[in-house]
Write a protein that binds this ligand. Structure first.
Ligand code: FAD
Length: 550
């Protein structure tokens, strides 16, 4: 099956075994694995550089909220032993340096085509191949297509049609300039207090003459307690790295990413939050708060299924906000109400709440005075005009389905993915879609994805796809397609798992609620990474149960 890389066949189209879209962590590892099994592949990337998330999002304060020693590839022993992270949670420039290191180390660049945005992907059933086209008219052909297009790679920019009115400088956190942005002496407005907002606000406040934060929904955030990585701790983890990675894969490290906490002995309790006396429970939350990190949500197993238990954790965080923020009214506005803690992405911050004690920072509550429009000089709310020199939009992403639906993807009989997913995404295992043979999605909707250490989930999906394609070749098979029945059952199962939780009580991006008109469907699989990967392995070991292979 191996074809020559870039063979010119169909007119001007280049032909490969596999077309990969996206050069983030997923696309890069997919290319490496395909080369290992002897398949030709090309990576098509819209941006001018590799790295995906870590190339496009360069706003000040961006760092991962999974510990660096785990937010990294595990597939190569020497790579993971040799690379040295400087901090407990790596910042964006260091993660991007790491991605470049990996690309050079495994000689990946020669099969990556940058500045190449795929606009259409069409399955030719007769020839059993995918045709991908760019807006510039370039065409690529492959037997298989792997969408490594990312869960959070398409910006949500609700003010896009108004920004032309503004005379000042503006930036969206998801498409940050490559040159440093200078806030010195400027009146800056930040719209949005999700993960990106709470990361950049403290750093902008350090420089700006005045920072006005426009908040629609208050955010639960837990301190990162970031620190330089202790060499003794690093050596300790690296002495048994594979075992730690395995624990991570089995879901034994909360959220897939808190090594130190686990290393001290698992401190999460396997009892209800309500079974402890109030004072003891508070001390327990306090120890989690001091340790820092998103594992806070896993302090008790019932926090995401029992509203009363959840409220004990939510109230603890609100009290913390009131302790940190000196002005009681500001503290109250910053205290989230009306949705359970961790049912929107639980943020991990550095000095976020304390920033509101600075004299040059003010908070606007958009629930009380909604934004009416962007003006020539700044932002107009229902209450007043705010004059600004710069606006930063931290308004997030069209998550999980955004990048896939931005393309016109057509499967058997010309069916459009946009049509098929009109009432929400449907996949088998988040990996494949009925009616779209030979198409794979890495960390697609219906897989654990954004609820895990994403690199771990990416590696699991890439390895599964590589095994599958190797199997196809060994059996002389050319087409693999998820059956409607398997897909329906999986969609039903993912919905059942969510229905036992509190997640539908928040208007989160997990549910598509941040995008007007997007169907309200919970898009990730919540059954746990261990159960999920066991299911994937079982499907593979039974000759790809739930798929039709021809
Ligand atoms: P991406 O890195 O998103 O790469 C996808 C690539 O596909 C992009 O380069 C994009 O340009 C390209 N692409 C998309 N559509 C097309 C097209 N039509 N044609 C060509 N190219 C296309 N995860 C964690 O586990 N821990 C964290 O702490 C964490 N922090 C994050 C912080 C931010 C601000 C964001 C946005 C995400 C964060 N994530 C985090 C999630 C992060 O996206 C993943 O960890 C990981 O980087 C995803 O890699 P990927 O390769 O799947 O996707």
């Amino acid at each position: 099956m191996t074809r020559q890389t870039g063979t010119l066949t169909d007119g001007e189209a280049k032909t490969y075994d596999v077309l990969i879209v996206g050069a983030g962590f997923a696309g890069l590892y997919m290319l490496h694995r395909l080369r290992q099994i002897g398949l030709s592949a090309v990576v098509l990337e819209a941006a001018s550089g590799i790295g995906g998330t870590w190339y496009n999002n360069r706003y000040p304060g961006l760092r991962c909220d999974i510990e660096s020693l785990l937010y990294s590839y595990s597939f190569d022993t020497e790579l993971q032993q040799e690379w040295k992270w400087s901090e407990r949670y790596a910042a964006q420039p260091e993660i991007l340096r790491y991605i470049h290191h990996v690309a050079d180390r495994f000689d990946l660049r020669r099969d990556i085509q940058l500045d190449t945005r795929v606009s259409t992907a069409t399955f030719d059933a007769e020839r059993a191949q995918w045709k991908l086209a760019t807006g510039d008219g370039d065409m690529f052909i492959g037997r298989y297509c792997v969408m490594a297009t990312g869960c959070l790679s398409v910006s949500n920019f609700p003010f896009a049609d108004q920004i032309g009115a503004f005379d000042g400088e503006w930036h969206h956190t998801s498409a940050w300039p490559h040159e440093p942005v200078d806030f010195t002496g400027k009146r800056v407005g930040v719209i949005g207090t999700g993960s990106s907002g709470i990361q950049c606000i403290p750093l902008i406040a350090d420089q700006a003459a005045h920072l006005t934060v426009f908040q629609r929904t208050a955010t639960f955030a837990i301190p990162a307690n970031n620190a330089p990585l202790d060499p003794a701790f690093e050596a300790d983890i690296k002495s048994d790295y594979d075992a730690w990675r395995d624990k991570n894969r089995r879901g034994e490290i909360f959220g897939g990413g808190d090594l130190g906490w686990h290393g001290e002995g698992s401190k999460s309790l396997i009892i209800s939050a309500l079974s402890l006396p109030a004072e003891e429970r508070r001390e327990f939350y306090e120890s989690h708060w001091q340790r820092g990190g998103a594992h806070f949500a896993g302090a008790f197993p019932d926090l995401l299924v029992d509203a009363e238990a959840n409220e004990t954790a939510a109230q603890f965080v609100r009290e913390k906000i009131h302790e940190i923020v000196k002005d009681p009214q500001t503290a109250e506005t910053l205290s989230p109400q009306g949705f359970p803690i961790a049912t929107k992405r639980l943020c991990v911050d550095t000095n976020y709440f304390a920033t509101y004690n600075l004299p040059n920072v003010s908070l606007v509550d958009l629930k009380a005075e909604p934004i009416e429009c962007i003006t020539q000089t700044g932002i107009r709310t229902a209450a007043q005009d705010y004059s600004l020199d710069m606006i930063v939009f931290a308004t997030g992403y069209d998550a999980m389905t955004g990048a896939l639906l931005a393309m016109d993807i057509r499967g058997c009989g010309g069916i459009a993915l946009r049509e098929k997913w009109q009432s929400g995404p449907k996949t088998y295992l988040g990996l494949a879609i009925a009616g779209f043979p030979n198409l794979f999605t890495i960390t697609g909707p219906g897989s654990p994805s954004v609820f895990t250490n994403m690199i771990m989930s990416i590696e699991q999906h890439v390895d599964w796809i590589a095994h599958c394609l190797d199997y196809m070749r060994s059996q002389g098979l050319q087409v693999i397609e998820a059956s409607e029945e398997a897909e329906e059952n999986w969609v039903k199962h993912t919905a059942e798992v969510v229905s036992g939780t509190l997640f539908d009580r928040a208007d989160s991006w997990y549910l598509g609620a941040n995008i007007p008109g997007k169907p309200r469907v919970f898009m990730a699989y919540l059954g746990g990474v261990n159960a999920y990967s066991e299911k994937c392995d079982e499907v593979a070991s039974t000759g790809y149960e739930g798929f039709r292979l021809t």
